[in-house]
Write a protein that binds this ligand. Structure first.
Ligand SMILES: Nc1ncnc2c1ncn2[C@@H]1O[C@H](COP(=O)(O)OP(=O)(O)OP(=O)(O)O)[C@@H](O)[C@H]1O
Ligand SMILES: [Mg+2]
Length: 358
């Protein structure tokens, strides 16, 4: 049973907000069990070590009861997390000592922005998050892994004029440094021929690891690498997830946008099992949030109910500046640094830094 179904059992049915959130599923004839969305795993907190002091017999007994209650709780939570699947497993040894680089190494942390649904703000989030991380003093590389080349264009580069791009890196093993352009941040560019890369790579040995191999050349030069992925779960996205430590999942604040998350989660599980056991979801990012509409508020409530603290606290609200900035070949942080729109991604960057250092 998924977390949605499980939570529904304990929710008060008299809560009008809950009834409103449930409404779309019923109106579409979807049984609650079929909306069996996420497998969220929480990290069980460790019981404190017993104090090393002599205690009175009664206090000792109390301490023992308390300890066993804590242990029981930990055990129950472990069982629940096992049932719910291994998505947000973040054992202490995998947490980062400092922001950016992987623990004990000077290698960049690699973050993919992925969701196979189109138009959910993957590209917008990749660029603005990357620029926000750079503003904080990090060395950041963006990779455009989408044949549409929107990230490349949003830095003022015309993909049609490029003679070398990520296609050549993935298919012909061209060093990635040869397709990196210096803009607001460094960007490894895409051109339209990237659309043919999946077929061209399909006969290569280790085709899922082409990007990971290419990145090894430059991973020591950056603190963060942010990868924009296409709206599909094909070989390009698989390459991105295989090369990543973390995945940020932008989700438009609409009911229908949430349904594809199961598919994304299944792909991620397959990658964890076969290609990259360390990749995990850093968070789900509610985008294009319009707090004036009931539907958007319900959609966020539903996300939080199902994914708990996996949902970022940051909200990317709707703002026309996000459509204007790419026309100027700039991030929103450069286009209008003082705008509220810019602050949304600064907040997200801070949240990601905190997650890396906790
Ligand atoms: N917070 C926002 N408010 C208003 N418009 C936005 C916001 N974020 C993104 N947009 C606009 O929504 C459209 C889709 O955004 P974007 O291209 O980032 O999505 P995407 O997920 O990368 O799309 P695709 O799946 O096609 O690659 C763009 O026109 C963008 O300018
Ligand atoms: Mg895009």
């Amino acid at each position: 049973m998924g977390i949605l179904s499980r939570k529904k059992e304990v929710r008060s049915s008299s809560d009008p907000a809950d009834q409103a959130i449930d409404a779309p599923a019923q109106s579409e004839g979807v049984a609650p069990e079929s909306v069996d969305i996420p497998a969220v795993e929480t990290v069980p907190s460790q019981p404190d070590a017993a104090p090393d002091l002599p205690v009175e017999p009664v206090e000792e007994e109390l301490a023992r009861v308390e300890r066993s209650a804590e242990e029981e709780e930990t055990e129950i939570r472990l069982k629940a997390s096992e049932l719910l699947g291994p998505i947000r497993q973040d054992p202490p040894e995998q947490r980062h000592e400092k922001s950016g680089n992987e623990p004990g190494t000077d290698l960049a942390e690699v973050i993919s922005l992925a969701n196979q649904k189109g138009g959910v703000a993957k590209t917008t989030s990749t660029l603005n998050l990357a620029v926000a991380l750079a503003e904080m003093g990090n060395r950041v590389l963006c990779i455009d892994l989408d044949p549409q080349g929107n990230l490349t264009m949003s830095q003022g580069i015309d993909p049609e004029t490029l003679d070398k791009s990520m296609y050549n890196v993935l298919v012909d093993d061209l060093p990635i440094s040869e397709v990196i352009h210096s803009c607001e941040i460094d960007i490894a560019v895409a051109s339209l021929d990237l659309a043919g890369a999946e077929i061209a790579m399909s006969t290569k040995i280790g085709r899922e690891r082409s990007l990971e191999r290419a990145l090894s050349e430059v991973r020591g030069d950056y603190d963060y690498v942010c990868i924009d992925t296409p709206p599909s779960l094909g070989l390009l996205t698989i390459n991105a997830l295989t090369a990543s430590n973390k995945v940020v999942v932008p989700v438009q604040c609409e009911y229908l946008s949430m349904r594809g998350l199961v598919q994304l989660q299944n792909t991620l599980k397959m990658i964890q099992d076969n290609l990259n056991p360390d990749v995990r979801i850093a968070g789900i990012l509610p985008t294009m949030f319009d707090s004036r509409t009931l539907h958007a508020r319900e959609a966020v409530a539903m996300l939080e109910e199902n994914f708990g603290d996996l949902v970022f606290k940051s909200r990317i609200r709707k703002a026309v500046k996000f459509a204007e900035a790419p026309v100027r070949g700039a991030s929103v942080l450069k286009y209008d640094p003082e705008s509220r729109a810019a602050s949304y991604y600064r907040n997200l960057a801070e949240e990601i830094l905190k997650d890396g250092s906790s």
